[in-house]
Ligand binder design. Structure first.
Ligand SMILES: Cc1cc2nc3c(=O)[nH]c(=O)nc-3n(C[C@H](O)[C@H](O)[C@H](O)COP(=O)(O)OP(=O)(O)OC[C@H]3O[C@@H](n4cnc5c(N)ncnc54)[C@H](O)[C@@H]3O)c2cc1C
Ligand code: FES
Ligand code: FES
Length: 473
């Protein structure tokens, strides 16, 4: 049985835990303000807020309910557009959308309002840029984005009065959220206590669902059952910690958890900017790193990043554990070195020190919400002008996310100069086996890989002569 709070009402359901939250709110609860668009996480029409207690703090994030199983909201607070309505009239976000003419047919509007409401409680700096970024998973097909941006600007103006106040309290005090939100932390704490007995110890052999952002796009019709191990059910699986020079991550850590982690921010100062090239805010809120590895897409962005980091996996089948370097996980297209019932229990990697520079590059057909044609990551450790260590990975150039081991080995021990990069690119081109598909011809992907390797060095080492690099073939 799944128990949670939907808007202001606590409820329980014995529907299969794999049922999508979207179907539950629309067809079971008749809350039809949440719309069905693509059912693939692409349009944001089905956006909801989910509030949960993380380290005793109540935190709200936006999710696409079409990809969220009921099992992922056990003990949490789900907010649909109806739950944001004030007792009378419009809330300031709805009012801004209306007065800026940011809505026409209105199909997308609930999703935009949910995303902007999430921005208001996120605690992110009140800038127009951040407000617009919060809506990066929402598509409008008729209004035109300028008027929606004006609404975001109006909301940012309202938030500028917040100063040091708690974002949730400010939002309630200013009618952005209804008053019932102020009691939600206490209600969730009580619910957590009462629902302990509802948490069945799950068979370690049950099928694993993490954020569901791959599974519910590919196989949603097969997941309408209860025999699922929900990785989001246990906050302990979301922990990111430092142990000496190692970063240790739980199997349910999401892209947003990484973005917000102090350990990651310190080790990768540009991570937050780079991660914006990966999917959208609501998808990053659900997308786990382990899910990205196991989905085994040859262009999985986190697979590429952590291959270059030489991440290590701790695998478990419930009885036995074993360690496996991520680079040995991939045996062929979507073929993994995972035994029956084995799952990823932990991910670890060495945190980059002061001498290590890190870069991630991605080329896709659209700037936002698109998978890569080719992506690449470089971890490079310098000893003066000498390359002491290198980790290089690329996606879209082989049937698997590829570790460019020979190229990395070639770089180690050499003086960093422009001609060396040309030689490294030539070796990289020998390591890959791209195919032509909808994302580009094999020749184009080969060319892109060379350009991305140059881009790594141009952005990490400004002293290199970029014009010489760009002329290398
Ligand atoms: C609109 C949209 C945009 C996207 N954009 C991008 C993008 O830009 N870049 C990108 O790389 N990906 C993208 N994705 C794909 C997806 O979001 C990622 O691959 C994500 O990291 C998958 O994680 P998840 O937690 O949702 O996995 P799930 O869908 O829950 O699971 C994926 C697979 O991993 C398995 N699994 C999960 N956790 C474990 C574990 N601990 N041990 C063993 N197996 C496990 C599941 O059984 C399943 O086979 C996008 C998806 C959508 C819908
Ligand atoms: S219906 Fe389009 S994102 Fe869910
Ligand atoms: S107002 Fe019609 S889709 Fe946005």
């Amino acid at each position: 049985m799944i128990r949670f709070i939907l808007n202001d009402t606590e409820l329980s359901t014995d529907l299969p835990a794999g049922t999508t939250l979207l179907d539950f709110v629309r067809y079971n609860r008749r809350l039809t303000g949440t719309k069905i668009g693509c059912r693939e996480g692409d349009c944001g029409a089905c956006s909801v807020l989910i509030g949960e207690l993380i380290e005793e703090q109540l935190r709200y994030r936006s999710y696409t309910s079409c990809l969220t199983p009921l099992g992922n909201v056990q003990g949490k607070h789900v907010v649909t557009i109806e739950g944001l309505n004030p007792a009378t009239g419009l809330n300031p976000v709805q009012q801004a959308m209306s007065s800026c003419s940011a809505t026409q047919c209105g199909f997308c509007t609930p999703g935009f309002v949910v995303s902007l409401a999430q921005f208001c409680v996120s605690g992110k700096e009140a800038t127009v840029q951040n407000a617009i970024a919060a809506m990066d998973g929402n598509i409008c097909r008729c209004t035109g984005y300028k008027s929606i941006e004006r609404a975001a600007e109006e909301i940012t103006g309202l938030l500028s009065a917040r100063e040091e106040q708690d974002p949730l309290q400010f939002a309630v005090g200013n009618n952005i959220l209804p008053a019932y939100f102020s009691l939600m932390k206490a209600r969730l704490m009580a619910l957590r206590e009462r629902s302990k007995e509802l948490r069945k110890p799950r068979s370690t052999q049950a099928f694993r669902v993490a954020g569901g952002t791959d599974l519910y796009v590919q196989r949603h019709d097969e997941l309408d059952h209860d025999d699922i191990h929900f990785m989001f059910d246990d906050p302990a699986l979301r922990i990111i910690r430092r142990q000496g020079n190692q970063c240790i991550m739980g199997p349910a850590v999401t892209a947003t958890d990484l973005q917000e982690s102090a350990v990651i921010r310190e080790a990768f100062p540009h991570f937050s900017k780079q991660v914006k090239a990966i999917s959208s805010t609501p998808i990053r809120n659900g997308a786990t790193i382990a899910g990205n590895f196991v989905n085994a897409s040859p262009i999985g962005d986190f697979s590429i990043f952590f291959l270059a980091a030489d991440a290590q996996l701790l695998l478990s089948d419930g009885n036995h554990t074993r360690r496996l370097p991520l680079r040995k996980l991939y045996k062929g297209y979507k073929q993994l070195d995972l035994k029956a019932h084995e799952h990823i229990r932990e991910i670890s990697f060495t945190l980059p020190g002061k001498e290590t520079c890190v870069n991630f590059e991605k080329v896709s057909k659209r700037t936002h919400l698109d998978i890569a044609s080719v992506n690449s990551a470089l971890f490079i450790t310098m000893n003066g002008d000498l390359i002491a260590e290198a980790g290089l990975a690329a996606g879209g150039v082989a049937p698997v996310p590829l570790c460019l081991q020979q190229t990395a080995d070639f770089l180690v021990g050499k003086h960093l100069e422009e001609t060396l990069i040309g030689e490294a690119i030539a070796i990289a081109k020998e390591e890959i086996s791209p195919v032509s598909d909808a994302r580009g011809t094999a020749a184009y992907k080969t060319l892109l890989l060379g350009q991305l390797i140059k881009a790594h060095f141009i952005s990490l080492f400004p002293r290199l002569d970029a014009s010489r690099l760009l002329h290398l073939v």
